[in-house]
Design a binder for this molecule. Structure first.
Ligand SMILES: [Zn+2]
Length: 113
């Protein structure tokens, strides 16, 4: 049974080679080999329930953290300084005094070591 595209009304084609892409934290999440239907006319994609589940599972792993703090960058000894919120201190740092700092796209990553 072929369904009509909800965007343009054309008959969609079944496919097991669909790709899901979405921006996530300054990078792009790409999931390949998904199944569902694709519209040959406008390119709209309809993932089947199994693919939807896969996307959801992977998305949960890579999505932005649920706790985000906004902090003002201050100046100390000619360098920019940002305070670590106490909630993050308690959750991750747990008394550790050394961190590694690097860039990932537009994001500054700070990881305790
Ligand atoms: Zn269409």
């Amino acid at each position: 049974m072929r369904y009509a595209c909800q965007i343009c009304g054309a008959n969609v084609d079944e496919s097991s080679d669909l790709t899901f892409t979405a921006p996530i934290g300054g990078r792009t999440l790409v999931i390949v080999n998904l199944s569902g239907e694709i519209c040959p006319k406008c390119g709209e994609i309809y993932f089947d329930p199994e693919s939807d589940e896969n996307i959801d599972e992977i998305w949960q792993k890579f999505k932005q953290p649920s706790i985000v703090f906004e902090r003002k960058l201050t100046q100390s000894g000619g360098r920019r300084v940002v305070g670590i919120p106490i909630e993050i201190e308690n959750a991750i740092l747990k008394g550790k005094n050394n961190v590694k700092v690097w860039l990932e796209g537009e994001n500054i990553i700070v990881r305790p070591v």
